[in-house]
Every structure is written in structure tokens, then in C-alpha cells.
Design a protein around this ligand. Structure first.
Ligand code: NDP
Ligand code: HEM
Length: 497
């Protein structure tokens, strides 16, 4: 027993008895001066932090990114140079469900990566889909509200989802992926990840290229049908955690091939679609994927809360050689995530070990929650302002990215005008074999149960513009699953019509 560490209070004093409260006589009551008990109860009351407003349920692990290709002519980022090996963290998630949601629900999966590079943390906060439901960030909170609980019933509402989607045809591409086989992967290892947005690379010569990031699963794609997932959820709600954590514990390390697509600034002027539109992919035939490296996950966290729940990913975390683009959604995200972390985790959230960069950090930010730096982050007690004459940390012009060309008159441009929302979903639909199409129709039919007819018809009209077979297939599924008939609809107009 003597070699066991002594249990202490948080102030370091030894705890004499962790079995019995301090009472007046054996029957009680308890003394207010039992500070050990009070400390224990007070800590328990503070064990929960706000869950993420979206992507609350997640699973993560550590690993490595090894660069095997050569894209040095596009980017000066040290972590992407041939031979580089960078430690990293991945967190996968569902979007809509709360912290206790079942893992095997049909939903988009988050695919967040944090690379601890020698030049600072680079976060790629993507999904398992290459596109998104909306293309203007002003619609993001509305979209998320349709995925969350109805304020009165406190239930999720299929009517709200399809009302919003049918009034937002830019969602068609992502809705088609969500309702296809890839909308319900068996676990995080058997799905791709995509940076989704267009980002930019810049090189030593100050040239900028547009880039899309892809992480292709080397385990192969595997999905469940709705029925398989329902049966599984009856047995376990934690199937992803079991599979990812358990696999890594057994030494089965999942791997993904990292690829990029590159577009020059000149090419971006000449595509038939807006290359910064998050509802669009860049066709592979025009912009072939280039192999960059291999990402492997090989170590579980020791403390889920400390390392996965407190992980703070942000698209604002870039490093020299990698930057953003005019994508409106990306620009909103550059603001939104660090703001969320300051609220969810505290001002100095980057001081939590899982978020700490693995390179020297010197800044002039000072006080606030969780400042545990033990001195100024400048490393010099007199350097608490800048500029200064005391050799405090100083800017590095080599990190200055090349100018980004922007032009245009300031206005609120209608993003639904002149945008083709149908061709790319059609290209995807045409990729599906008959079995995949049949499951797509059934999944949509099932998801539309109870939705008023005027909303169903509005959505069917969009499917028809993608492909007449798409509309016919979903209509037949609605008839089969719900006895739906177009002539029984209540043709209620909506404000938007
Ligand atoms: P390609 O045939 O060259 O590319 C097809 C892509 O689609 C591949 O990346 C493949 O991923 C992926 N894919 C195959 N089956 C499915 C499925 N059931 N659900 C979702 N994705 C699937 O064609 P294009 O580049 O012209 O793209 C055609 C359509 O493919 C797009 O409209 C888009 O919906 C989808 N897609 C395109 C991507 C891109 O970056 N161009 C990326 C992902 C999807 P994998 O290699 O892993 O099998
Ligand atoms: C999480 C905002 C679009 C992927 C979050 C969080 C916020 C947010 C506030 C919670 C962060 C936290 O508390 O830690 C937004 C906004 C968007 C947007 C404002 C659009 C304007 C997207 C898109 C993608 C995406 C397009 C993928 C391409 C993710 C992922 C997470 C997340 C993966 C979970 C991060 C983690 O693992 O901790 N988002 N989001 N989001 N978002 Fe978004």
C-alpha cells in the first residue's frame, strides 16, 4: 500500500478519509467545514461544458500524416513537403444529434483534422461529403434549426427539413449524397473525408493556386441500410466509438490517401460554375486528383473529455503556404469556430494540451479565463505591448501571403440566380447503379413521411429537374411507403411562393 500515491485535495493537502463525510455524531448532520466533500460535489456540478451546437457527438484518435508525393511547386507549407511526417488528431462526428445520440443515424459525418505542424496548427474541418447544403452562410443557422428539435414538440421535424430544402434547391446535391448509401457509413474508417471548400496554396515565388483536399478511405466504403442501422441501434448506440477505439486498441490502424485537386487562378476565371461555390465539386476529369500522402490513425486518447471533447478545430487555423478563398461559407467559418471555442471552452482554449501547438507560441494576448501560461506568452515580462524596444516577439514577413485579387460592387447578390443546381446532382445520380437508385428512392420516401403534400410536390419538382427517373422513383416510394397520392395534397401556398 505504501507505494500508492497520496490522494489530495486540488490544493494538494492529503485527504484523510474518502469514504465517510465529516458529521456531528455517527447519525449526522454534515459539517459545512467538510471542504473535501464540498470540493467533490462542486466539481461534479461543473463536469459538463456546453456541447457543440452542431457536431456534438464525436469520436477521435491521434495519428500521423506522411507526405509521399511532391506538391512543393504549389505550396511552401512545411508539413506538405516530400517526406514530411506530422502528428495529427482526427475527430469524426454526426451533425444533428446531441451528445448522447445514436452513432448509426443517417446524417452527414464531420471529418475534422488537426495537424500539429512546426509552423503552427493547421486544421482542416471537413465532412465525409465534398459539398454542403447551402452556399451562403446567412442560411446556415436556418438550415441547422431545421435539423434540430421543433421548439414546441421538442421532436425533429421532417416537415421543417423538406420545407427548407425544397425552398433551397442548392441543397439538392448534398441531399442526394445524404440519402444515398454514403449517408450512413458503418463506421468512421469506411468513409472518405473532404475539405469540401476551395482553399488556396501559395508557394515561395508568391504564386497562388486554388486547391480542394480529399482523404480517400483505404479500408473501402461500407454502409448500412436504414433497416440494418435500426437493428444495430437497438443493440448499441455507440457503434462508432466501439469500432474506432476498439480497432486502434487491437492495432488495426485505419488509413486514408490524401489527394488534392489544383486549379490555377486563370482556370478559375473560365469554369462554367463558380469554383468557390460549396455546393459544387470540381469534376475529376478536368481537375485530376494528385496523390499527396497517407494519413494513419494509430493512438487512442487517454481521456475522452480532455482530448476529444475539448478539441477545438477551426478553419481559421492555417499555416504559411495554405490559405482561404473567396468562398462565402468558408469566410463565415473562419470567424465562427474560434468564437464558438471561446464560449464553449474559454478564452485561452488553445492552452488546453490537445489544442496546444507543438511549436513555440509567442503572442501579446493577456488575461482572461484559463490563462495558465505562468508568465507572459511573449517570454519577457516587459514585452506586454508591441511595438517595443525590449526585443519582444516580432512579426515575420515571410508568412505574408500573396495578394488575393477581389473586385466587384458591394451588394447582396442573389446566390440562387444563374446557378445550375441540377447538373452535378445529375452526374451523381447517373453514377448510381439500379440498386443504389432504389435505396436512394426508399431512403427519401422514408424520410418524407408525414410531410404535407405541397412541400412534397415542390421537392419532387426539383428531383424531376435532376432526372425524370429520380422524381418517378421517389414518387413510387412515397406511394409504396405512405400511400401517398399527388391528388390528395393540400395545396397550401407558402410565403416564399
Ligand atoms: P468521377 O466519376 O470522376 O468521380 C466520381 C466521384 O464520386 C469519386 O470521387 C467517387 O468517390 C464518388 N462516388 C462514387 N460513388 C458515389 C456515391 N454513391 N456517392 C457519393 N460519391 C460517390 O466524376 P466527377 O468528378 O465528374 O463527379 C461526378 C459526381 O460525383 C459529382 O457530381 C459528385 O456528386 C460526385 N463526387 C465528385 C467528387 C469530385 O471531387 N469530383 C468527389 C466525390 C463525389 P470514390 O473515389 O471514393 O469512390
Ligand atoms: C462544428 C459553425 C459549415 C464541418 C461547428 C461548430 C460551429 C460551426 C459553431 C461547433 C464548433 C465547436 O463548438 O467546437 C459552422 C458555420 C458554418 C458551418 C457557421 C457555415 C457558415 C460547415 C461546413 C462543414 C462543417 C461547410 C464541412 C465542410 C464542421 C465539423 C464540425 C463543425 C466537422 C465539428 C468540429 C469538431 O470535430 O470539433 N460548425 N459550420 N461546418 N462543423 Fe461547421
Amino acid at each position: 500500500m505504501t507505494d500508492r500515491p497520496t490522494m489530495t485535495t486540488t490544493a494538494g493537502a492529503p485527504i484523510p478519509d474518502n469514504q465517510n463525510s465529516l458529521t456531528a455524531g455517527p447519525r449526522g448532520g454534515i459539517m459545512l467545514q467538510d471542504y473535501q466533500l464540498i470540493e467533490k460535489l462542486a466539481h461534479q456540478n461543473r463536469e459538463r461544458i456546453p456541447e457543440r451546437a452542431v457536431h456534438a457527438k464525436g469520436w477521435g484518435a491521434y495519428g500521423t500524416l506522411k507526405i509521399t508525393g511532391d506538391i512543393s511547386k504549389y505550396t511552401k507549407a512545411k508539413c506538405l513537403q516530400p517526406g514530411a511526417e506530422t502528428p495529427m488528431l482526427a475527430r469524426f462526428s454526426t451533425v444533428a444529434g446531441e451528445l448522447g445520440a445514436a452513432d448509426h443515424e443517417r446524417d452527414v459525418r464531420g471529418f475534422s483534422l488537426k495537424f500539429y505542424t512546426t509552423e503552427g496548427n493547421w486544421d482542416l474541418v471537413g465532412n465525409n461529403t465534398p459539398v454542403f447544403f447551402v452556399r451562403d452562410p446567412v442560411k446556415f443557422p436556418d438550415f441547422i434549426h431545421t435539423q434540430k428539435r421543433h421548439p414546441r414538440t421538442n421532436l425533429r421535424s421532417a416537415t421543417a427539413m423538406w420545407d427548407f430544402w425544397s425552398l433551397s434547391p442548392e441543397s439538392l446535391h448534398q441531399v442526394t449524397i445524404l440519402m444515398s448509401d454514403r449517408g450512413l457509413p458503418v463506421d468512421p474508417m469506411h468513409m472518405n473525408g473532404y475539405g469540401s471548400h476551395t482553399y488556396s496554396f501559395w508557394n515561395d515565388a508568391g504564386e497562388r493556386y486554388w486547391v480542394k483536399f480529399h482523404f480517400k478511405t483505404l479500408q473501402g466504403h461500407k454502409h448500412y441500410t436504414n433497416e440494418e442501422a435500426e437493428a444495430l441501434i437497438g443493440k448499441t448506440r455507440e457503434g462508432y466509438q466501439e469500432a474506432l477505439f476498439g480497432g486502434i486498441e487491437r492495432g488495426e490502424f485505419p488509413r486514408w490517401k490524401m489527394q488534392v485537386q489544383i486549379m490555377t487562378e486563370e482556370q478559375a476565371e473560365n469554369t462554367s460554375y463558380n469554383p468557390f461555390d460549396l455546393t459544387k465539386v470540381w469534376p475529376h476529369a478536368e481537375f485530376p486528383p494528385i496523390d499527396v500522402g497517407i494519413m494513419e490513425l494509430n493512438r487512442n486518447a487517454d481521456n475522452y473529455f480532455a482530448e476529444i471533447e475539448q478539441a477545438a478545430f477551426s478553419p481559421s487555423n492555417i499555416v504559411p503556404g495554405i490559405s482561404h478563398s473567396p468562398d462565402k461559407m468558408l469566410q463565415a467559418r473562419v470567424f465562427s469556430y474560434a468564437d464558438a471555442h471561446r464560449y464553449r471552452l474559454g478564452t485561452h482554449y488553445e492552452n488546453i494540451p490537445v489544442n496546444q501547438p507543438r511549436c513555440p507560441v509567442h503572442h501579446y494576448h493577456r488575461d482572461g479565463q484559463m490563462n495558465t501560461y505562468g508568465g507572459l506568452r511573449t517570454g519577457n515580462p516587459d514585452a506586454y505591448y508591441e511595438p517595443n524596444s525590449v526585443n519582444g516577439p516580432f512579426e515575420d514577413a515571410s508568412a505574408k501571403e500573396p495578394p488575393l485579387k477581389i473586385s466587384g460592387d458591394m451588394a447582396r447578390y442573389n446566390h440562387r440566380e444563374g446557378n445550375d443546381d441540377y447538373s452535378q446532382p445529375r452526374a451523381l445520380f447517373n453514377l448510381f447503379d439500379e440498386g443504389q437508385k432504389g435505396r436512394l428512392f426508399s431512403n427519401i420516401g422514408a424520410a418524407m413521411g408525414g410531410v404535407p403534400g405541397h412541400i412534397v410536390e415542390r421537392q419532387l419538382a426539383h428531383f424531376k429537374l435532376v432526372h425524370p427517373d429520380y422524381e418517378a422513383g421517389v414518387r413510387a416510394a412515397l406511394e409504396r411507403l405512405h400511400g401517398y397520392k399527388a391528388d390528395t395534397i393540400s395545396a397550401q401556398p407558402t410565403a416564399a411562393e
